[in-house]
Design a protein around this ligand. Structure first.
Ligand code: COA
Length: 336
């Protein structure tokens, strides 16, 4: 045995309100058929106007702590991966610490959009290996409904709100996180972005129409060149899988489970084909919660875990692709 970082608790949370494709079709010129066929999405969850991203994150975190049989007092740091923080500052992670009843230990947010959780897992693992922390609570949480342009059918149909969390523990035990690879190419900024705007500056961001308004200081609207993002994502996700497996002298055939970012069922199917994996080996949750950005990888992990599908020693690959473009993967042997 040797020391490594292990996932010892898993949790997820989706806000109560469900918005169906049919409901969306009353807001923009779209249809249930189009959305299902082009994306695999059937519904998304929408945050309540009285909730913030930190509330979703806290719910997921509490479930992960319960699952680990731990409390916030056993935790040495909280990291929240989010693009949709409650406020510009303080960090969402500090709010989660407070809501969980913790105090004193470090908390911070990281922003790598849909790759935030994968980046966060790499960061936490590195810091734990470096001896800084024994237990870290890592959360991916988003309120994408607050930054989508609800008049743009090209993008608003794709996103939803939610949170997923893991408790990480550095210990002397078999298996655990083997390693991660991360990438970014900032030259692709214009293909997928959300620009800041001042309140009222964006007539397209009429959140009040959806009764989702908050008192947030500013708003932003997602814009995307979907086709180009799609092509780049499929290529890079294939490459990053080869890269991380190669670094650990493993091959595609060794993988038991793929836990990918949930953006579009067609991206997942194309990745499965590239990896010669059966779709049964892929955690697919995009249908029920759409693209929840940084929350989607931990939500997909939570789903797979709660179904009782993951066996000790099995090889899992987590991967994500995001605006930036920023992409990456984590490789681990399940050990909980
Ligand atoms: N409802 C109905 N029609 C729509 C629509 C909607 N919600 N959104 C777009 N369309 C229309 C377009 O206007 C276009 O019409 P046109 O041919 O008359 O111009 C047509 O559907 C096809 O658009 P296209 O962009 O070619 O569709 P697509 O098959 O590429 O699917 C996406 C669009 C966005 C679903 C797809 O490109 C995608 O998933 N891209 C990657 C997104 C992603 O992963 N983003 C996040 C990364 S983290």
């Amino acid at each position: 045995m040797s020391f490594s970082t292990h996932i010892v608790g898993v949790g997820g949370y989706l806000p109560e309100r469900i918005m169906s494709n049919d409901e969306l079709a009353t807001i923009v010129d779209t249809s249930d058929d189009w959305i299902r066929e082009r994306t695999g999405i059937t519904q998304r969850h929408i945050i309540d106007k009285n909730q913030g991203t930190s509330d979703l994150a806290t719910q997921a975190a509490q479930q992960a702590l319960d699952d680990a049989g731990l409390t916030v007092h056993d935790i040495d740091a909280v990291i929240v991966a989010t693009t949709t923080p409650d406020m510009v500052f303080p960090s969402t992670a500090s709010m989660v610490q407070h809501k969980l009843g913790g105090k004193g230990f470090p908390c911070w947010d990281i922003q790598a959009v849909c790759s935030g959780f994968v980046y966060g897992l790499a960061q936490a693992d590195g810091m734990m290996k470096g001896g800084m922390f024994k237990r870290v609570l890592l959360i991916g949480a988003e309120s994408m409904s607050r930054i989508v342009d609800w008049s743009d059918r090209n993008t608003c149909v794709l996103f939803g709100d939610g949170a997923g969390a893991v408790v990480l523990e550095y210990k002397d035990a078999e298996h655990g996180i083997l390693g991660s690879v991360l990438h970014c190419d900032g030259s692709y900024r214009d293909l997928l972005m959300a620009q800041h705007a001042h309140p009222g500056a964006s007539p397209n961001n009429d959140r009040a129409r959806l009764d989702m308004n908050t008192d947030a200081a500013g708003v932003a609207a997602v814009s995307m060149k979907g086709n180009e993002v799609f092509r780049f994502a499929v290529t890079k996700l294939g490459e990053v899988v080869d890269e991380v497996l190669g670094k650990h002298d493993l091959c595609k055939e060794d993988l038991h489970w793929l836990v990918p970012h949930q953006a579009n069922i067609r991206i997942l199917n194309a990745t499965a084909k590239k990896l010669k994996m059966s779709t049964d080996q892929i955690s697919i949750t995009v249908a029920k919660h759409a693209n929840t950005s940084a929350a989607s990888v931990p939500l997909a992990l939570n789903d797979l875990y709660r179904k009782g599908n993951i066996q000790t020693g099995q090889l899992l690959l987590l991967e994500a692709f995001a605006g930036g473009f920023a992409w990456g993967a984590n490789l681990l042997r399940w050990s909980k």
